[in-house]
Design a protein around this ligand. Sequence first.
Ligand SMILES: *Cc1c(COP(=O)(O)O)cnc(C)c1O
Length: 411
Amino acid sequence: MSLNWITPAQRIQQLPAYPFARLDELKAKAREQGLDLIDLGMGNPDGTTPPEVIEAGINALKNPANHGYPPFEGTASFRRAITNWYHRRYGVTLDPDSEALPLLGSKEGLGHLALAYINPGDTVLVPSPSYPVHFRGPVIAGGNVYSLTLKPENNWLIDLAAIPDEVAQQAKILYFNYPSNPTAATAPREFFEEIVAFARKYEILLVHDLCYAELAFDGYQPTSLLEIPGAKEIGVEFHTMSKTYNMAGWRVGFVVGNRHVIQGLRTLKTNLDYGIFAALQAAAETALQLPDSYLQQVQTRYQTRRDFLVNGFNQLGWNLEKTKATMYLWVPVTPGMTSTDFALTVLQQTGVVVTPGNAFGKGGEGYVRISLIADCDRLGEALRRFQEAGIYWDKTQSLQNCKQPSAIHLA
Ligand SMILES: *Cc1c(COP(=O)(O)O)cnc(C)c1O
């Protein structure tokens, strides 16, 4: 007997359509045909986990004490490593027992936080574009997502003054993320001060995603929400080991901040999961203790790629500024095209995979996100194919800019 009469719950049916379907289909087809795809679509770092971290993981794996169920709230020693790291990076003091909670990746925690705090019909403020779980989590929980459309003229910052008073009065939670995926925008400290004042005024829980805490360039240091006085009373902040430490497959992240909110999330999780394998927590602890020279090395790696790709695109007629953080470029599509058309055209004509901006919400229309997850050889090859296929920002303009096409270095 087949089960095709059984339909998924409404909370699943309500989710916005998965925007990558056509792109995935074309990608699969291209792979079948043996085409050489350059996949810059995902946010999956191409580097390897640092050897010290792997070593710590292997040693912990051999210790039978780690083989049983881990403690629900994470190991005491990983929680201490988290709060020590916070103190070292931001000068913020946190209690490892009540103000830090390890997660099975930050995506898990961001999604479950919505289930732990949002009732059906609650208003949730979410920027558009944003990282998908920031709106998909609230939709699954039955919340009413009120989109805060981000604009280039506002440097992709949330325009708090544009939020109607009655919406702010009703809102329960505000998700946000700087340095941002997908826009690569960063927010000055004053913005964090304003958003804390806004949240205190309207009694809104602030959920800040600081996944790119350490992927910043040219000496820029991203701000932690918790550096702002009073933020701990109204906010929590999420972190991941995935990006900076090349540990995306390990599934380790953590949340810090308001103890009541962390307690609520922990209660939900206690009913759904058993936390992270203790051996992985031991490895993650080692990662947080790596010397700053490790960070510099990672930063230089992405910064070199950023410089290379920004220069290349600008030679093709774009006018991109150098991003200050993250592993992404947020690139406007050729005028007259939609994000999806552009991404599909690029894939068909060049074999380069980029992510259409509308995957991150309506506010991402008109842009594509390009990940800096290949070395300069491959990025150069991608640029060469763009040029060959005649994919320029603006043909008339770029013909002037590209007087010396060979100026794009292919090496
Ligand atoms: C990559 C990413 C995450 C996911 O991190 P995991 O810890 O691997 O689940 C969360 N938020 C943003 C903004 C990201 O870019």
